[in-house]
Design a protein around this ligand. Sequence first.
Ligand code: BGC
Length: 749
Amino acid sequence: MLLAAFSGVAQHKDIDQKVEALLAKMTLEEKVGQLNQYSGDNTVTGPLTINPNKEQEIKDGKIGSLLNIMGSRYTRQYQELAMKSRMKIPLLFGLDVIHGYKTTFPIPLAEAASWDLAAIELSARVAARESASSGIHWTFAPMVDISRDPRWGRIMEGAGEDTYLGSAIAYARVKGFQGKKLGDLDAVMACAKHFAAYGAAIGGRDYNSVEMSDRTLWETYLPPFKAALDAGAATFMNSFNDINGVPSTGNRHLQRDILKGQWKFTGFVVSDWTSINEMIAHGFSADKKDAAFAAITAGSDMDMESSAYRENLAQLVAEGKVPEAIVDDAVRRILRKKFELGLFDNPYRFSDEKRQQKELNNPENAKAAREVAAKSIVLLKNEKNILPLSKGTKTIAFIGPMVKPKRANHGFWAVDVKDIDSTYIVSQWEGLERKVGKNTKLLYARGCGFNDTSKAGFAEAIAVANQADVVILSIGEKHDMSGEAKSRSTINLPGVQEELVKELQKTGKPIVILINAGRPLVFDWTADNMPTIVYTWWLGSEAGNAIADVLFGDYNPSGKLPMTFPRNEGQIPIYYNHLNTGRPAKNEDDHIYVSAYIDLKNTPKFPFGFGLSYTTFAYADLKLSKTALKRSETLTASVTITNTGKVAGEEVVQLYLRDKVASIVRPVKELKGFQKIKLAPGESKTLTFTIDDNMLAFYHANLDFKSEAGQFDLMIGASSEDIRLKSGFELLESQGVNKDESNLSMPKP
Ligand code: BGC
């Protein structure tokens, strides 16, 4: 252990020396070149605004990195050009490997519903192995933006609304991508994005401004970034939005004071796509040169696709406006990573056709994707126990726009892997076909398209439903209805899909509804009237198999919602860890002089942390090791969970705390721990949660993170609303805080 630590230090020293030696030989233009990143054309992930002669610029040492180039052959070709430059500094190849490379896993929001950190880490591991074998050094993931707004299209890319869950997932994803260490051939650099608060875009409209107190920023939005950093994230990406009027790309406080200062981040920051130039549209910079100045001085090290650094930085240095030391610092950070990846030893080490061939055809990857997909499915309703289906069912009608398409299961942010056809993707139809025996007859009708206004296909759907014993209806959002620049003002089931549900209900047949989507949708009528609903999100290339596994009980669903599902859009933002207000409603129908809407129930449609199983779990014997603790002490809470049903199943046992009285009002409950356990029928397990001072602390107005003495509620539940057991304890001492001094924003008497 000690030896490993020593060799790590020695390696860093060695790399630092090499970086310095290289830097000393570089011209200012070559240094600026390292900070310049262009998009290639294997895929397009943003508006192309420049048209450089990339080949020539690489040979001239004017490019440090390319994104959107993939495959061992293509990456090798570009790397060969870099080897023709004077300094022979290898290129970095970055790509949005968000939820898988060739093998796609569920979208990140769906994976978050698994609450299974090992599964999430595995998904990132497989993505790293596959992409690293295709010449990729760097993924622009994980996106760790907390968001409380399902209208925001990029909600699909994160872990949902909760800071605690989001931080745990951020950590797992970084570990998965980066593996044992950078430089291993199965590891890619992670990139924690988008720094910061991008998920709080006003109105859920993508790229929109963010207005937020520092306290909220620190308490809710920054912790997942810190978790990514603690896991060793090699890079960060800044964000398109402004926060309180300052674009993140030009935000010194975020990038220099917090990230590189207080948090001591040693990796590098890449701008988001043309976000440097976009500071002109923001009204923050007068022109491209001004934008380049703002970005580099604020700590944005690499310029993605703006060409602002390439065109202006050398001149800004020559004019004495930007100290060369600032450029050097940015270049150092990037070169260090290139050394750590081993690219100076062999620039082609990740571009290996043989390894690519092997990794992209590894059957273990599909197996992992199937498992993770099954774990991500959330059973929302199963009132009549229609599920699981019997494999002996004679006739099943499988209806809906999502039944036959293949690629659509990938969802948004799937890599369009070159030279690979889509036959390996298991459609929902194929999954069902493989699952049922010869004696089951499968009938198909599309019913309608995702966004159709025409009901022309309804008659056929009704006809096949009428011939079936069971109907499975697969509806939802098309893969491009949620994602970047895919905000929606209404988040209903698009087109006439809910009409189709209503028509099929009239057949009187048992119907299982599958909802495929990149966000929480509003489907009030369906939720109220249909007894069996399965939320399948977008599950990736094994969607068909995973769905069939769940429908027939080969996998007992265990997912829990990582976001609150609203009743309608007017409730947004709605999240479980809200404050109580001075006039909280007593129940969901209480509307008189309380904080409520007069035209809607006060509760969400489905709460955070909710999800059913084919079995049931009893919670009993909540025991606290003590009723009062000092700050230096810990307290344990134990609880016994029993599987009271007939089949084995997994339960996510959730721990929530509430600080009852504090100088800054605390949420009605906050997730502070969870454990996912598997139990055989009749089996019991006792779980222990340890509570320490850190879990009781919060950010004060002056940003001190401290606990305050007083009473705490401790709740253990199966969801944020289904609290099964409750107790309480007292924290005996504050951390040198009293109400007056913590509330520094208030004028002192
Ligand atoms: C997105 C980033 C992404 C980048 C490169 C931008 O539009 O905001 O998340 O990594 O494009 O594709």
